[in-house]
Design a protein around this ligand. Structure first.
Ligand code: NAP
Length: 461
């Protein structure tokens, strides 16, 4: 044999890499987009359609045949058709025997049908192996190269081999398959694309409610009251002063609400003497959205920082400072430096800076790319220990800000205390209860309960 022949053989195309034909039922938006992507990735594609007439929209390297003809050409058939039209598959049951049917369909509403679309398909064609996949990828994402969209493809199915074949295709398209188990998971997978920020709903609605409440509260105290009693127009407070009151208040309350469910859970466990009974639903849901609550709180804290930074350039502030200087000059008297006030103001700012720094640190560690790189103990240390320290610093920042005005009657307008006083209620409750829970007489039994000990075991051996 020629010396070069082995070299030539090595360069020859590897026929074993030839990909198997894939059949797509339906030449709609998704079918065509997936067909394009598959052809690009080296898969021969055949479309099964009600009309065998090809059009300029259909990828030119693909064949368009009747459903029965197309199904015979491939072992895998992707059903790019809405669930309500699945009936047309029943007469094809014989041809579809043993084939892998990929259900990619979505619904218009969460839990629209009693069963999932994939289970319905499996029931219509029991002799086929049904796999759910691709429903979380949009036709647009497939067309735009999936670079600026999620690459995750949730896959589930009862036949392991069929699922593996589909996952291989997913990988070949440059996407990431995530095995979700049996076809029972299809219902959940079908609900994913219909959810609208499920974990953010409670934090956002709560924030909107609190913003509305505190806005009107501050408006009454800081704008309407001076107008009624002193005939002063402070309506411009609406632009910066009132938002700069609302933002820190919300940041503090929401941060406290991140830690309140943990404290409530501890009280419930201590009371029940076991960790093996479910928490009430509302507490479970609250615990699940703590990260989102914390991030919304961080957003308000950041806004507070920005609003505070612009204080020196505000016309009202510059006018107040200059009028103080002028009145001192006119009276020919310089006010002495009040060291107590200087201490209070510096401590208040320092506590705020440190609190915000830790707040940002908490936010960064909650990002998946960071939290994936720390172990459970490190994560708990940051989120629990540093989290409580942040709450202590931010509460102290607000307390020092209040300083001596707490008991002053002038800070109660129409019997309404200053808004920041209201913001201290939840954080103080959380910190006091947490402090009590640290006492060994409570901490020890709680730790034992969390390690599995029960006061009155339900299932004794
Ligand atoms: P579409 O553009 O309306 O296409 C649906 C296709 O189904 C039609 O083009 C038609 O293909 C076929 N069809 C319609 N009525 C039929 C019937 N009575 N019997 C048999 N076939 C029928 O819809 P689509 O956007 O491609 O969506 C198709 C499926 O993909 C849906 O289940 C959808 O939930 C899912 N999906 C879509 C997207 C997306 O971004 N569009 C994303 C994820 C999942 P022929 O004319 O060739 O027969």
């Amino acid at each position: 044999m020629n010396k070069n022949s082995s070299f030539i053989m090595a360069l020859a195309p590897n026929t074993s890499n030839k990909k198997e034909t894939v059949c797509i039922f339906g030449t709609g938006d998704f079918g065509r987009a997936l067909g394009h992507k598959m052809i690009q990735s080296g898969y021969p594609v055949v479309f099964g359609s009600r009309s065998t007439q090809t059009s300029s929209l259909i990828p030119k390297d693909a064949e368009v045949l009747s459903h029965a003809e197309a199904a015979q050409k491939a072992a895998i058939i992707i059903i790019a058709i809405q669930r309500q039209h699945y009936n047309f598959l029943t007469p094809l049951a014989e041809i579809l025997h043993g084939k892998v049917l990929v259900d990619i369909s979505n619904n218009l509403k969460i839990n629209e049908y009693p069963d999932s679309n994939a289970e319905y398909l499996a029931q219509l064609v029991p002799s086929a192996k049904v796999v759910k996949a691709f429903n979380t990828v949009s036709a647009w994402a497939l067309q735009s190269g999936t670079l600026d969209a999620s690459r995750q493809v949730f896959v589930c199915g009862d036949d392991t081999e069929a699922k593996q074949m589909v996952m291989d295709i997913v990988r070949a398209l440059g996407l990431t398959p995530l095995d979700q188990g049996s076809l029972l998971a299809a219902r959940e997978i079908e609900n994913y694309p219909l959810q609208l920020f499920p974990m953010w709903k409670f934090p956002i609605l709560l924030s909107l409610g609190l913003i509305t409440f505190f806005f009107f509260y501050c408006l009454i105290r800081d704008v309407i009251y001076p107008y009624v009693y002193e005939n002063k127009d402070f309506s411009f407070f609406i632009a910066i002063s009132i938002p700069n009151r609302i933002c820190p208040i919300l940041a503090l309350i929401l941060l406290a609400l991140v830690y309140l469910p943990g404290v409530l859970a501890a009280i419930i466990q201590l009371y029940r003497g076991t960790k093996y009974r479910r928490f009430p639903d509302w507490l479970d849901k609250w615990m699940l959205c703590r990260k989102q609550l914390g991030l919304v709180a961080l957003a308000f804290a950041s806004l507070h920082v920005l609003y505070t930074l612009v204080i020196p350039i505000r016309s009202f502030v510059r006018w107040r400072i200059s009028s103080q200087i002028i009145s001192q000059a006119l009276n020919n008297k310089t006010e002495p430096l009040n060291t107590t006030n200087a201490w209070l103001s510096d401590s208040y700012v320092a506590l705020g800076i440190l609190g915000f720094f830790l707040f940002v640190l908490l936010g960064i560690t909650s990002l998946p790319s960071v939290s994936n790189n720390v172990n459970w103990r490190e994560f708990r240390f940051v989120q629990s220990k540093l989290g409580y320290l942040t709450l202590v610093l931010c509460t102290a920042h607000t307390l020092v800000y209040g300083g001596k005005w707490f008991l002053s009657p002038s800070s109660y307008r129409w019997y309404l205390p200053n808004a920041y006083m209201l913001s201290l209620i939840v954080p103080c409750i959380v910190l006091v209860v947490k402090f009590v829970l640290i006492f060994p007489c409570l901490d020890k039994p709680l730790t034992r309960i969390r390690q599995g000990w029960e006061r009155n075991p339900q299932y004794s051996e």
